[in-house]
Design a protein around this ligand. Sequence first.
Ligand code: GLU
Length: 626
Amino acid sequence: MCLSLVGAMVLTLPLAATAGAASGAAGAAPAVGRAAAPAVGRAATSPTGSTHDGQGSADLPKVPLMVGGGGAVSSVDRDASQVGIDVLARGGTAADAAIATAAALGVTEPYSTGIGGGGFFVYYDAKQHKVTTIDGRETAPGTFTPTVFTNPDGTPMDFDTVVSSGLSVGTPGTPATWALAVKLWGKRSFSQALAPAESLARKGFVVDQTFHDQTAANAARFAMFPETAATFLPGGAAPEVGTRFTNPDMATAYALLRKQGPSAVYSGALGRAIVAQAQHPSTAPGVSVMGGQLAMRDLRAYRANLKAPITSTYRGLDVYGMPVPSSGGIAVAEILNLLAAYDRTTGVPLKTVSNEQFLHRFSEASATAFADRNRWVGDVPGVPVRALTSKAFAAERACLFSPTTAMARPVPFGSPDGSYAGCPASGARLPEPREGLSTSNLEVVDKWGDIASYTLTIEQTGGSGITVPGYGFLLNNELTDFDFVPLSAGVPDPNLPAGGKRPRSSMSPTIIRKDGKPYLGVGSPGGATIITSVAQTITEYVDRGLPLVDAIAAPRLSSRNGTEQAEPALFDSPDGAALVAMGHDIASTPEIGAVTAIRVYGHLLEAAAEPVRRGGGSAMVVHRWW
Ligand code: GLU
């Protein structure tokens, strides 16, 4: 469609981008955001040339906003988004495209994703009108005990030492997730889904600043492991920006997976290579790291699990998130419930308040939700999910809120016990657990209205630092997401390690419906800041009326029940000063999250991605309108 037609069409549709008017929720057509405007005009050409197999659509530019029909993909990477678009263009479903995109991210974002990691997949099946999730989280060896990360004197082991060791490596869940998603919702085979990634690994991609910087930041760690150095530090240093980076070993791994299916990992040669490295990592002369406990029996026992989503409502929307072992769905639901509850306790709706009051409320809701998730959520039986996500619990928790003064951190946890009246004496104050800052999120919508919202990770940027010899992919360090020792003596900690347990996650791939129809898919990387980034994007869009790409670009605040983090654009602003005056303890941090999202307006799709953070993401549609 030519642009003048698009313009004519837009003029006939009610655009609703007035700040404070809840335009996101009510708008009938996308409102192009300020953040997207400059980037649309300077669309990059394909950095790789044609890395896909040439049967798909033409190469699309790297932009943070694209609107059109026929399907959409939003990811952090242009090549990966293009792979997904090509799958959609050839009749693949959102599941087919999501898995192809994820596998491509394994090549171009090898420090955040890949065969050696895990993740969480939320899927809306338009035909069944049903949202289902796949828990593809990495899992602890059966031999793990609650003190596996504890020194003999009872202190926690050094975190960074455990990260770069075999002890942090859990059974990868990503290959099983891919196989299950394609089997349940795909039209293509597992092998077909991985074909573009194999080709991309073989032909390579052009190194951008983000890849260079992530490699350089990990260079000393990567040098500890000869296989990692040989793969990711060619010539002994981080590859230069603009050069082509190939990973033939990873192409071999993908070829094997395509031939043998996920059993290559769970009972075959790839699995044996993973276990050997996890137990006895190969290190450079003079370097020694701890070996781990992962065994073939752990891999053979692994299952990616289908689970019902966390469901909640917000401003008339139905919100579906990831259940345990992720805390993402529960925490996002509680934050949104608290924001609605503050409307009631103050009598002033969020959409009408000043920006500083909006940020204050968001901060208080986030801190409260983190207090509760740290006490109650983990891969244990009996997590009070219904109570934690109920409006009644939020109403009780809202009693601590003051519109003028920040609650003292850490906020005490609440009692999700089904009995909510008054403002009960609160639970203990727990410190913040430590979490990494890596990961990648992608969103896909197909022409049938199916939505895939998928966050995948190898935990820290660069994972454990251990590359599987001959196969070119890094092993995760996901088991460092367990609490090494209880957060507070005498308070049960649901996130201690145990045999066969999955560490608690913050990953929050989210799908939203309105009146039963697809509305939004959204998610982010960023460790514990994932929860706040996703919740902030939803509320900036739904309540504050920002166009989607501006909601993604908005300066972030991450309040997780300790010192808060704010990006410089917020920290150095009058809003930042106003928050400090209310008693918020805030530190400036360069960058938080990198959201991707797709808004569905029937057949019209608005794909949006991060304009700047992590070098900017890549939003694409099959038939581009603008
Ligand atoms: N390990 C983190 C989690 O599951 C994700 C990794 C990250 O984003 O740093 O929540």
